[in-house]
Write a new protein. Structure first.
Length: 289
């Protein structure tokens, strides 16, 4: 739904009359009761597009419940709403392993052409399943920050027409996401899109102490799935506390970077039921009307 006001039959609000306003929009019933002039405002009718971008990078293939599967389910639910409402829906996967067009520093972007109507649900599901099943072994050792920035630049450049842009990702990018979000922020500030980012993190990422039964305790060698770099760490209550503080600071900075660019940010654990996500969390965040 458009946030802009203009000509339509759907009433939106009132405001005080000022000289030069169209007299046809005065509410004469209110004038008769209050002896004051008010103008009726209407919700502008637009053919808004829904742009959904889903992160399929290696870091998303982690957690329980799995982040990549959760993001795909969320994208499917959002796409279903758009298609059955006859909106124009575009879906983009980024962080995909095969990226011959842009080389090793690219964003691995794969895009489904704009579509409309519920008959395209199969096309949408096929693309999302492709993202879930992607093999990222060939993409190891590429620069995650460069790939994310390249993907956001490509997604912003491919945007056609006004609409809503929703990006689903864990947004765990070395050095932060500010540069990549700037590409979307430029469109948001121009009024070209209403931009939202949905940060999906697994419960074990939010609280690593929950992963003790899976062996996340003691002296470990951890390997980054995107860069293939390893680090020797000792998991203790103190190190978990330090991790939580750093993650909280990182997420706070992500929200601040998004807000400063006119982008709304919602954080969602992957154990959130999709129906609750649609009807409660994303509705409160303004993503779903």
């Amino acid at each position: 739904r458009s946030k802009r006001r203009g000509r339509s039959v759907e009433f939106d609000d009132f405001r005080n009359y000022v000289a030069g306003d169209d007299l046809r929009h005065i509410d004469w019933n209110i004038y008769a009761r209050l002896d004051k002039l008010f103008i009726k405002l209407f919700r502008e009718e637009e053919d808004l597009a829904l742009h959904i971008a889903v992160d399929c990078s290696a870091s998303m293939d982690a957690g329980e419940p799995n982040k990549r599967i959760f993001a795909a389910r969320t994208a499917m639910a959002l796409g279903y709403i758009g298609l059955v409402k006859q909106n124009r829906v575009t879906v983009t996967l980024f962080g995909m392993p095969s990226d011959s067009s842009s080389g090793g520093g690219g964003g691995g972007v794969r895009r489904l052409a704009p579509m409309r109507g519920r008959t395209n649900l199969r096309r949408l599901s096929d693309l999302l399943l492709e993202g879930i099943n992607a093999d990222h072994r060939a993409a190891a050792r590429r620069d995650p920050a460069a790939a994310f920035n390249a993907a956001m630049r490509a997604i912003a450049a491919d945007r056609a027409g006004r609409g809503v842009m929703i990006v689903l990702s864990d947004f765990l990018v070395p050095g932060g996401c500010a540069k990549g979000l700037s590409y979307l922020g430029a469109l948001s500030m121009q009024g070209a899109i209403d931009a939202f980012i949905v940060q999906t993190l697994a419960p074990g990422e939010l609280d690593p102490s929950r992963e003790r039964e899976a062996g996340l305790i003691g002296d470990l060698r951890l390997t980054d799935v995107e860069t293939d770099k390893a680090a020797e760490v000792t998991i203790t209550p103190a190190s978990i506390g330090a991790y939580r503080r750093r993650l909280s600071a990182y997420n706070d900075q992500l929200r601040a970077d998004a807000a400063s660019r006119g982008i709304a940010c919602v954080q969602v654990p992957t154990d959130t039921p999709v129906d609750q996500l649609m009807l409660s969390t994303l509705r409160r965040g303004g993503v779903v009307g």
